[in-house]
Design a binder for this molecule. Structure first.
Ligand SMILES: Cc1cc2nc3c(=O)[nH]c(=O)nc-3n(C[C@H](O)[C@H](O)[C@H](O)COP(=O)(O)OP(=O)(O)OC[C@H]3O[C@@H](n4cnc5c(N)ncnc54)[C@H](O)[C@@H]3O)c2cc1C
Length: 510
């Protein structure tokens, strides 16, 4: 049975929501995958009288397209959309049957008005968490606009095709045969990439906000919700809503939620923010801040500017990358940046930590209690960490320290299997077999855009007091972009809430 009893029960409830008939055009061969696909399609047809099936020959076999009767939508699944893609199949059935996609009307209008032919192809794996976001967004475009088609391709079923297109990570999207992008992309991001983003004129003449939050991560979401709950005019302007959690695999330390996935956490953040009267301006980068007489003005990359009676800066940080081959390719497949978060996933395995400063040595000590063995690689001739940390590190039986080690490559197949470095003393190339690489060469705050407008420390972090206030009246800051030494989701959210309440207090007093 291709669908287990639980899945069938859930599916039955969804299929009841179908509003019109759907025609599945199926291209099947005599291989095992085709047989499984036929089983799935037949099962769907038995479960709902609204689903009709017709055999045909499509560009790829096995595959099937999901159509209105008498009108092709352009949505095709090549391979079997089970695993994380099962939701994409269910949504495609509902939307093709006539149920409106749950998207902002503004995005729906942009999708309908897109001009020109757009043929998208997305390579996925059924265990990828980010893939369904892209597949579902492109399917929505196909449902809404007759000039757009989208084919999801399971790379495991179409291995040769994936290899010949050099697919090393999923999701990877092609548009009209040319590479379009990779990684998680929302409908809004795809539309912006297609040139359909709102221009500066949409931001002109916006009334000043009581609290204007710059950034879209956990700190920003929390600041905006706390501000909006006071009933004051609140706006969020963010380069990419969700922040670092978009790139996080598993989250196990957000207290009260035992385990969740980064993309799901980011989607929940957005949903919670949208529950309030908050003006969310996503995909907009702030490029400057100026304190004027009555307002703080935030300049945007698109040329517009926004005004806030108070401003919360929460532009977060990014991990400093080592910049060697394999680092991007194996990110979340053995390359990790957060030992508190991802360490437990490497229990009993051999790992390395790149970086011998305080964060690297702390990470190594932390990891040594979980993993089988840790190799610390430091570029210079000695570790830079505090001596107390170094003593603790050297006392551990399962840690090797390599100094004068210049990492040159992280190797692997599906996941990391090793690390290559140059021993700078002997000038020889060395290779270590291991399953995890923790890059610990520091965090870079996203604060360059502020220049000298707000006080920052030597690391570029915004200096705040215990109210989250900066040196500029009315300007507050929260989360990873500040000089708070602890960078975690729960801490960012706490400081976001704190700054919003203090910004409210500031507004009352002024
Ligand atoms: C791989 C990884 C795994 C992690 N795992 C965990 C974990 O398991 N548990 C945990 O507690 N923490 C974890 N962390 C740390 C956690 O994600 C951060 O502490 C948290 O996201 C910080 O939130 P923030 O809102 O301060 O900043 P961010 O999440 O960095 O968000 C910053 C926001 O500001 C926006 N922005 C940046 N510059 C601009 C600009 N100029 N204009 C407009 N917007 C801008 C960004 O697009 C983003 O929306 C992890 C981090 C990483 C990278």
């Amino acid at each position: 049975m291709i669908l287990d009893t639980d899945l069938k029960a859930q599916l039955a409830q969804y299929l009841e929501l179908m509003e019109g008939d759907v025609l599945l055009k199926v291209s099947a061969g005599s291989d095992d995958t085709s047989r499984d696909m036929m089983e799935l399609v037949d099962e769907l047809a038995t479960m709902s009288s609204r689903i009709k099936v017709e055999t045909t020959e499509l560009e790829r076999t096995p595959s099937f397209s999901v159509n209105r009767v008498g009108e092709d939508t352009g949505i095709t699944f090549a391979g079997i959309p089970l695993g994380h893609e099962f939701t994409s199949l269910v949504l495609a059935l509902l939307q093709v049957s006539g149920r409106a996609p749950k998207e902002d009307q503004k995005l729906i209008d942009q999708a309908k008005n897109l001009e020109g032919k757009h043929h998208f192809v997305t390579y996925v794996s059924l265990s990828c968490q980010n893939c369904p976001v892209v597949v579902q967004a492109l399917n929505v475009l196909s449902v809404l606009n007759p000039n757009i088609t989208h084919t999801m391709i399971d790379g495991a079923t179409f291995k040769e095709e994936a290899e010949s297109n050099n697919i090393m990570a999923v999701p990877t999207v092609f548009l009209n045969g040319e590479s379009f992008g990779g990684g998680r992309m929302s409908l809004e991001e795809i539309l912006a990439k297609l040139g359909s983003a709102p221009d500066a004129s949409e931001f002109e003449n916006k009334d000043p906000y009581d609290v204007l939050v710059v950034g879209g991560g956990p700190a920003s979401a929390s600041a905006a919700i706390y501000a909006a709950r006071k009933g004051i005019r609140t706006g969020i302007v963010a380069e990419r809503f969700g922040g670092q959690v978009n790139d996080t695999a598993g989250i196990e330390n957000f207290i009260s939620v035992k385990r969740t996935e980064g993309p799901k956490f980011a989607a929940n953040l957005e949903e919670h923010v949208k529950d309030y009267d908050i003006d969310v301006m996503n995909l907009q980068r702030a490029t400057g801040l100026e304190r004027k007489q009555d307002f703080v003005e935030i300049e945007l990359e698109n040329g517009a500017s926004l005004k806030g009676k108070s401003v919360v800066l929460s532009t977060g940080a990014r991990w400093r990358k080592i910049g060697v081959p394999g680092e991007d390719e194996f990110r979340n497949k053995g390359v990790a940046y957060c030992p508190h978060c991802d360490g437990p996933l490497f229990e009993g395995k051999d790992v390395s930590v790149i970086g011998g400063g305080n964060s690297g040595v702390e990470a190594a000590i932390d990891l040594a209690g979980i993993v089988n063995h840790v190799t610390v690689l430091e570029f210079s001739s000695e570790l830079k960490a505090d001596s107390v940390l170094q003593e603790r590190l050297h006392s551990l039986p399962n840690v090797t320290v390599l100094t004068n080690a210049k990492t040159t490559e992280i190797t692997g197949e599906d996941n990391v299997n090793g690390l290559t470095y140059i021993d700078r003393e002997t000038e020889t190339e060395q290779h270590i077999e291991l399953e995890g690489v923790f890059v610990q060469i520091g965090l870079l705050p996203n604060t360059d855009w502020l220049g000298d407008s707000v006080e920052r420390n030597k690391f570029g972090e915004i200096v705040v007091d215990r109210h989250g206030a900066t040196n500029v009246p009315g300007v507050f800051a929260a989360g990873d972009c500040t000089d708070d030494p602890n960078k975690q989701i729960i801490i960012s959210m706490g400081s976001g809430a704190n700054t919003a309440l203090n910004a409210f207090d500031y507004l009352i007093r002024n």
